[in-house]
Design a protein around this ligand. Structure first.
Ligand code: PRP
Length: 219
């Protein structure tokens, strides 16, 4: 019988940078990914894994369509894209927060209908629905912070990790919506077909995550 080769869709960029050390500690050789230049698909040289590097929303699409068995992606993307895939592990990295932010003169209690810029219209709508506020939502693809600075929107709903982008653009946080972290999710059919291979990797990663969490507590 041929060896199971798991296809793992990994979100490129920040998630990739934070997850590679975890994969390496779990014994996965990530050398090729680290020196990838413009390549997008990588086989782990001595292990039965193939990595696909993609943007977060596309990771959920690969998984939903069965083009990947495992996805590594932020919970922000999973919630926004109503992912129905099975979440097996919180990797404890990529920790950030959804926030409502704007310039210093923004008044969240003002009675006028607000215009909100965001990459996350669903999460934004749910938040303002909970507050009982009807808002206009403008979908923005990147550098969301520009919206209140240019008058495109009254405020933004976005994620913040270090707070640097908000600080450097003189924006303030007005509310915290929900925390975000990087999750390992699986395609349900793949889990049935490759159960032992998937759990073997997940168990190794879970042990690394646990050790890292313990180290964090001790610091
Ligand atoms: C995210 C987010 C903020 C920034 C916050 O954008 O939308 O712009 O990170 O991070 P910080 O709190 O550490 O400064 P990302 O870098 O993913 O790119 P984008 O602006 O192109 O969406």
């Amino acid at each position: 019988m041929s060896e199971t080769r798991l296809k793992i869709a990994l979100t490129k960029g920040r998630v990739e940078q934070q997850v590679l050390p975890l994969l390496e500690q779990a014994g996965v050789d990530c050398d090729l990914i680290r020196h990838k230049e413009r390549r997008l698909i990588f086989e782990a040289p001595t292990q039965p894994y193939e990595f696909i590097l993609a943007k977060g929303p596309d990771v959920t699409t690969f998984l939903e369509r069965g083009a990947a068995d495992i996805g590594i992606v932020g919970s922000d993307i999973l919630v926004e894209h109503r992912s129905t895939q099975y979440e097996l592990l919180d990797l404890g990295v990529g920790k950030c927060q959804f926030i409502l932010a704007s310039t210093a003169d923004f008044d969240p209690a003002a009675p006028k209908r607000k215009i909100i810029g965001t990459k996350y219209p669903l999460i934004t709508k749910r938040y303002f629905d909970r507050l009982g506020q009807d808002v206009e939502i403008i979908k923005i693809e990147g550098s969301v912070e520009l919206a209140p600075l240019t008058g495109l929107a009254d405020a933004i709903v976005d994620i913040t990790e270090t707070g640097t982008t908000l600080r450097e653009n003189q924006l303030q946080i007005y509310d915290y919506l929900q925390p975000v972290s990087t999750r390992l999710v699986v395609n349900r059919l793949a889990l049935k077909q490759h159960q032992s291979a998937i759990y073997e990797l997940v168990d190794r990663l879970a042990a690394v995550v646990q050790t890292d969490a313990e180290k964090e507590i001790m610091q």
